[in-house]
Design a protein around this ligand. Structure first.
Ligand code: IPE
Ligand code: IPE
Ligand code: MG
Ligand code: MG
Ligand code: MG
Length: 340
């Protein structure tokens, strides 16, 4: 990521300490993934080992994307790093690397892109938690960004993460020698997924739907946009940067769309079934805010069955792929079995 043209903050002792904490956290999560994978994977795939090989790379690369500034914007950089380097499952960047590998690409080709996706995801969480949106005070096991830095800086930290993500992606692609057409398409697809036609649009449906009961069809559209779109961009971008064919991209799009929808169905279920200590964010918030969710509309057991059905669909989309797609297969199983 030093190649991405971003300041490398890894030399600083405090930054190193945070990277080490991030690595330790993700390896604890990796153990959970591994246990889940053993039960759920159709083939015996060592997801624990896979993550050992990738998670530390992602943590280190992420830490280098936002410098620790000592200038007038120090507080902004601090706020951006506070949320970006707070752990998190890193599922989207891991999926990007796994999709790159599934089409025989070298994961380094997609590392800058993977960081950009996680930066956009993190910005979406910072804004999602603001008082004008879901009004949350706990995220990734810590006080939300605005609780620490105030609403104005939290809003700007989100803006910074979103905008800088495209700088990271463009520079990393240029440094890696990505063919310009592939890089441009990846940038456009990521912007489309994050923007009004994707996540931002989905968040609007979510907020305007508070206090009303959406039908199942509208709920599905909302979830596909607010959460699914970024999963599709992560997987397809990673694959494109790995040299995927059009047929491979079409199959991976289907895989990621099913996985992304299932992921949000499980998020809805965790809100009613999990505890804040385990998932690192408040629970029972959706009903309190009058949100339409899968468990509210379908009931808990049917919602879980729907998520499993979606994951079978996701796995089915990988039928033509060889064992290089086993990480994607196992990550799909993890997405519905996860406890956080
Ligand atoms: C939470 O995403 C927000 C949703 C879109 C459901 P994650 O569950 O991936 O959150 P982190 O990144 O692990 O914190
Ligand atoms: C968030 O959905 C989707 C985003 C785009 C951030 P939620 O509002 O359900 O996510 P959590 O439960 O707060 O993580
Ligand atoms: Mg929300
Ligand atoms: Mg929320
Ligand atoms: Mg939620």
């Amino acid at each position: 990521m030093a190649d991405a043209g971003c300041p490398d903050a890894a030399g600083d002792a405090a930054a190193d300490q945070r990277v080490a904490e991030g690595e330790a956290l993700i390896m604890r999560q990796a153990k959970r993934y591994g246990a889940t994978a053993e039960r759920a994977a159709a083939r015996a795939f060592d997801l624990d080992g896979y993550l050992k090989a990738h998670a530390a790379t992602i943590e280190r690369a992420l830490a280098a994307t936002v410098a620790e500034s000592d200038g007038p914007a120090t507080r902004l950089c601090e706020a951006m790093r506070y949320s970006l380097l707070a752990g998190g499952k890193r599922l989207r960047p891991i999926l990007a690397l796994a999709a790159c590998e599934a089409v025989s690409g070298a994961p380094e080709a997609a590392l800058g892109f993977a960081c950009a996706v996680e930066m956009i995801h993190t910005y979406s969480l910072v804004h999602d938690d603001l008082p004008c949106m879901d009004d949350d005070d706990l995220r990734r096991g810590r006080p939300t960004n605005h609780k620490v830095y105030g609403e104005a800086i939290a809003t700007l930290a989100g803006d910074g993460l979103l905008t800088d993500a495209f700088k990271v992606l463009a520079r990393a692609g240029a440094a890696a020698g990505t063919p310009p057409a592939a890089l441009l398409e990846t940038i456009a697809e990521l912007a489309d997924a994050a923007g009004s036609a994707g996540m931002v649009g989905g968040q609007v449906i979510d907020l305007l739907g508070e206090g009303r009961t959406l039908g199942l069809a509208d709920l599905e559209v909302m979830h596909r946009r607010k959460t699914g779109a970024l999963f599709v961009a992560a997987v397809c971008g990673g694959a494109r940067l790995g040299g995927a064919t059009a047929a491979q991209l079409a199959a991976l799009r289907e895989y990621a769309a099913a996985l992304g929808l299932a992921f949000q169905v499980i998020d809805d279920l965790l809100d009613v079934e999990a505890s804040a200590e385990v998932i690192g964010k408040r629970t029972n918030k959706d009903e309190a805010r009058g949100k339409s969710t899968y468990p509210a509309l379908m009931g808990v057991a049917p919602a879980r069955a729907f998520a499993h059905e979606l994951i079978e669909r996701a796995a089915g989309a990988l039928a033509e792929f060889d064992d290089r797609a086993d990480a994607l297969r196992t990550l799909a199983a993890y997405a519905v079995e996860r406890k956080l």
